[in-house]
Design a protein around this ligand. Structure first.
Ligand SMILES: Nc1nc2c(ncn2[C@@H]2O[C@H](COP(=O)(O)OP(=O)(O)OP(=O)(O)O)[C@@H](O)[C@H]2O)c(=O)[nH]1
Ligand SMILES: [Mg+2]
Length: 486
């Protein structure tokens, strides 16, 4: 008993100390999210690496004005969240040969401290200033789960089944569909059956995740990344093939699945919004816009819907459950089209315009207001170089890089380790996007898309340490935190 009280007092003193230190060096909480494989891990690794190692950041004002004194990693601020394994990811990206990091399976966080010289004379009197940047990497699919709170198990089942019957997903849903055919929702509840079904259903979601053409938005998000909740009842459920208007009988398999769906909302969806999401102040949403455009019109439509859902989380209705728990509201959101190194720089502005158009359409649904929203095109790690090729008297802007093994170009299998140059194709003109045919123009854009190996690091200047090259990472940094380093 005494021990407990002493522990509590010690905890209180600690949190008072934390509070005092936060007053001196306030943290800025930046959320990095995006759908599966959109480039979150690579983005955070490259961002930290460029800041810590003095990368070239001409559009990030504190660096350009030589006011950024140093950036360094500090111990993880939040004891309950795993640390973002920065060193491991950097080692993978800069190893020999360089490789892309593995897919992430849990939320993670990292604290970076930036020491800088303030611009205002009065603040300079007190010496240098510091900002803690707390970066949280979490999957965009967890934001999509917000919409589950408004759904009954029956309507979620119907929607999920319809999605799994889309042409693009039908084949990977085969095993799970076969299983569903053998299940009677009205039979008695059965744990073994629930485990098998949930494994098949989450296996189907995971397969969709690995193949970008299989429509990007996947939910329930935690089934893709169970982390510590693996095998818990709150994740052991799946949609069922129910007759319209079917009601569940007490003790039936249908009732069991509906109960677990509710447990998922209570024990998984809500806690994420309460403990993590509500603390964020700035947000970057990474979007693999090029990959989605390459996957066709259904994928683009699905992405638009997903972006609208994401925006709804940032600005929920005034009296909604979420608005009540949101502390400081997110005041800046950057939607960044990633992997811009897949196209020539002459197309970067067009990619940015496409991203802005996708966000504009999504904002109409979400009735976005209050936060400053921007669109950008970035490559956190630039894996290609640019070159020009001549074809029938015309100069073609090309990109060149070393493709990852096992890919084909124009029907030909590419040789391992050999650099290839390709003309990636044209994105629509800005003028085409401002007309009503914007969606069609985006759909019609055909991009030649290869996956490239990460680059070999280069030294940016005389005596400088080698740094991973990027495209427009500095502009993203300026929007996300430039004003906090004034
Ligand atoms: N060329 C290029 N490829 C990139 C870049 N960023 C990401 N990629 C590619 O996209 C893949 C996914 O990147 P990640 O950073 O792992 O994406 P993620 O969003 O963390 O993925 P999950 O953790 O699986 O959700 C990488 O394996 C690379 O192939 C980039 O800046 N340039
Ligand atoms: Mg990741």
């Amino acid at each position: 008993m005494v021990g407990l009280i002493l522990d509590d007092i010690a905890g209180l003193i600690r949190s008072a100390e934390d509070y005092a230190s936060e007053l001196i060096t306030p943290p800025l909480r930046l959320g990095v999210t995006g759908l599966a494989r959109s480039g979150k891990t690579v983005f955070i690794t490259a961002l930290v690496h460029n800041l810590v190692s003095g990368g070239r950041l001409p559009f990030f004002q504190p660096a350009a004005q030589r006011r950024l004194i140093r950036a360094y990693l500090e111990p993880q601020p939040d004891d309950s969240v795993p640390r973002f394994p920065y060193e491991k990811h950097l080692e993978t990206l800069t190893g020999s040969p360089p490789r892309w990091p593995e897919s992430t399976d849990r939320i993670s966080q990292l604290r970076l401290t930036l020491e800088f010289e303030p611009t205002a004379l009065i603040r300079r009197q007190f010496g240098t200033a510091a900002l803690h940047l707390d970066i949280t990497d979490y999957p965009g699919e967890w934001l999509l789960d917000l919409s589950l709170l408004r759904m009954s198990y029956e309507s979620w089942s119907a929607e999920s089944l319809a999605l799994s019957h889309m042409r693009q997903r039908l084949q990977v849903a085969n095993d799970w569909h076969a299983f569903l055919g053998s299940v009677d929702p009205d039979a008695d509840e059965d744990e073994a059956l629930a485990i098998t079904g949930a494994e098949l259903f989450s296996g189907y979601l995971r397969k969709c995740r690995m193949e970008s053409h299989l429509i990007p938005a996947l939910s329930p998000g935690r089934l893709l990344m169970p982390g510590d909740l693996k095998d818990s009842p709150a994740l052991t459920f799946m949609p069922l093939n129910l007759a319209p208007g079917a009601e569940s009988r007490k003790g039936s398999f249908h009732a069991m699945m509906a109960r677990r769906f509710e447990a998922y909302k209570t024990h998984v969806v809500k806690p994420f919004f309460i403990h993590h999401f509500s603390r964020l102040e700035r947000q970057i949403v990474l979007v693999d816009a090029l990959g989605t455009m390459n996957a066709g019109s259904a994928a683009i439509a699905d992405l638009e819907k997903a972006l609208a859902s994401v925006l709804t989380c940032f600005r929920p209705g005034p009296n909604s459950w979420l608005s009540l728990i949101l502390g400081k509201k997110i005041d800046r959101i950057l939607f960044a089209a990633t992997k811009a190194d897949h196209i020539h720089h002459t197309s970067h502005q067009r990619l940015e315009a496409i991203m802005a158009e996708l966000v504009r359409k999504a904002s109409i649904h979400a009735q976005m207001s209050g936060a400053e929203v921007q669109a950008a095109a970035v490559a956190a790690v630039r894996a290609t170089r640019e070159m020009e090729a001549r074809d029938i008297g015309r100069t073609m802007p090309c990109i060149a890089g070393v493709p990852l093994p096992g890919q084909t170009l124009d029907g030909r299998m590419l040789e391992d380790g050999q650099e290839v140059a390709l003309f990636p194709g044209d994105l629509p003109e800005l003028s085409e996007l401002s007309e009503s045919g914007a969606a069609k123009a985006i759909e019609d854009a055909s991009i030649e898309f290869l996956r490239f190996q990460p680059p070999i690091m280069t030294a940016e200047g005389f005596g400088a340490a080698p740094v991973l090259p990027h495209i427009r990472l500095d502009r993203a940094l300026q929007f996300l935190l430039g004003d906090k380093l004034e």
